[in-house]
Design a protein around this ligand. Structure first.
Ligand SMILES: [Zn+2]
Length: 473
């Protein structure tokens, strides 16, 4: 199968729920996971008439943080718009979002298989949550409903700050999409803006996929269709769904057909995508500026201040650990997996540098579990007080240093050195004395041997190897 005949054109849309204290436009707690349904609500997030929204400043700052970390420009002026559509989880009949003036735009992210441009990063509010359940006869009676199958609404999620990150269609493979997604999550976690927990729905992935013919490519045109794959709740599913779609589209286009413009889902059991709804025409959301919210003006000073507050980002740390401590790429990856791990891990590397141990060998022992420690366990290090981390660092180094001292010396190495010693007049003499029964000369031979070994080794062990040499040779 020819692979160059059609070029995959893939863009991602990623929604990230932010863990701010309060919701986007009201004072209700933003935490909704596991809370009693409809316990975090007020007239604003229930969409009651006359209730007025007030924008959450912390959510705006966090969005700017994300934009800066993704290399975006930050809009000096932006605004909130109403996106109008009807759905039971949207009580106002519109979602407050950003249309033509997003907070952040034109960013860039480097992946191993090429750059991915960021179109925009904007801020909006999440919807309520629908739950489809079957009631027991008792529950039906209590709720005074005639049908057992009902849909319940929980407004705890309504109005939670949601950031949407949109990429240009620069991605070419499922693997690249996966790499980009993982890097994005790692970055967002470093920034501390979201837990990005896909199981809790804090991170939602969508991919827009089409394949471009040689002619379209030559003419600089994008294909006249695209398929959206939604509700992908893991990076593995994202990768597999994209690769499946690339093959499906290529086969169809080769046969002279155009894939239907539609939304599809991923069935992992069958390893296929399936049609959810066709999307022949673009939806008309009748966007207009929200009259209840003033435009947003961000001063250059504030943007600079936010920029200066950014932590070192994972890609930079990954490079620095290799150049600064001589870590292998693989170990640097482990040490930078999470920001908490990097902070604790670097304490270990610095302490190793100050001791006689080499940081890269210490890193190696820790990564390869030659020493038992929780220093790279993100959950453990983030909950441990600083003095506990410091004590753990000390313990790890002591364990490794001790292991080094009793490092076993290969018998061949001892034998080679003994052959050398035996070739000198003093050495030859001592060995002959030993073999004739004057075993106390072993002290002299040990001294010679240890000087030549130049390593911290267990003397008892070396003596044993030496005795074997003297008795057998
Ligand atoms: Zn509220």
């Amino acid at each position: 199968m020819s692979t160059n005949e059609y070029t995959p054109i893939i863009g991602l849309e990623i929604h990230v729920e932010m863990r701010t204290n309060s919701k986007m436009f009201c004072g209700c707690p933003a935490e909704h996971f596991g809370a009693e349904p409809n316990s975090h609500t007020c007239p604003v997030c229930l969409g009651l008439p006359g209730a007025l929204p007030v924008a959450n400043g912390e959510a705006i700052k966090r969005t700017v943080k994300i934009g800066l970390a993704l290399g975006c420009s930050i809009a000096e002026e932006s605004k909130f718009d109403r996106k109008n559509y009807f759905y039971p989880d949207l009580p106002k009949g519109y979602q407050i979002s950003q249309y033509d003036q997003p907070l952040c735009y034109e960013g860039l992210v480097h992946t191993d298989s090429g750059d991915v441009r960021i179109t925009r990063v904007h801020l909006e509010e999440d919807t309520a949550k629908l739950q489809h359940v079957t009631l027991t006869p008792d529950q039906m009676k209590a709720a005074n409903v005639e049908h057992a199958d009902v849909s319940l609404l929980d407004f705890n999620r309504s109005g939670v700050p949601l950031v949407e990150i949109v990429t240009e269609p620069d991605i070419k493979t499922g693997a690249q999409a996966r790499e980009f997604g993982k890097l994005l999550v790692q970055t967002l976690r470093y920034l501390g803006v979201s837990d990005c927990d896909m199981e809790k729905g804090s991170l939602r992935l969508e991919a827009n996929i089409s394949v471009q013919s040689e002619e379209e490519k030559a003419a600089g045109k994008l294909p006249n269709y695209k398929v959206e794959v939604k509700n992908l709740n893991s990076f593995r599913f994202l990768e597999r769904a994209i690769d499946f779609e690339i093959e499906r589209h290529t086969a169809m286009r080769r046969a002279g057909e155009t894939p239907t413009q539609e939304t599809r889902g991923w069935n992992d059991d069958r390893s296929v995508t399936f049609s959810q709804r066709s999307k022949e025409e673009a939806e008309d959301y009748r966007y207009f500026p929200d009259p209840d919210l003033p435009p947003l003006y961000l001063s250059q000073e504030l943007v600079t201040e936010i920029g200066e507050s950014l932590p070192e980002l994972p890609q930079a740390a990954y490079i620095r650990l290799q150049s600064g401590y001589g870590l292998s790429a693989q170990n640097a990856e482990v040490f930078t997996a999470e920001r908490e791990v990097l902070l604790a891990g670097e304490q270990l590397l610095q302490a190793a540098q100050k001791s006689e141990l080499e940081p890269q060998t210490v890193a190696n022992d820790v990564v390869n579990k030659k020493v038992e420690t929780w220093i790279l366990d993100a959950e453990r290090v983030s909950s441990a007080p600083p003095e506990e981390v410091a004590a753990e660092v000390k313990k790890v180094l002591q364990t490794i240093a001790k292991a080094r001292q009793t490092e076993s010396i290969p018998a061949e190495e001892v034998h080679a050195i003994m052959d050398e010693i035996a070739s000198t007049a003093d050495g030859k003499d001592a060995i002959e004395k030993y073999r004739s029964g004057k075993v106390q000369v072993i002290g002299f031979l040990m001294g010679q041997l240890m000087r030549k070994l130049q390593k911290k080794v267990d003397a008892g062990e070396v003596k044993q190897v030496l005795e074997n040499y003297l008795q057998n040779d």
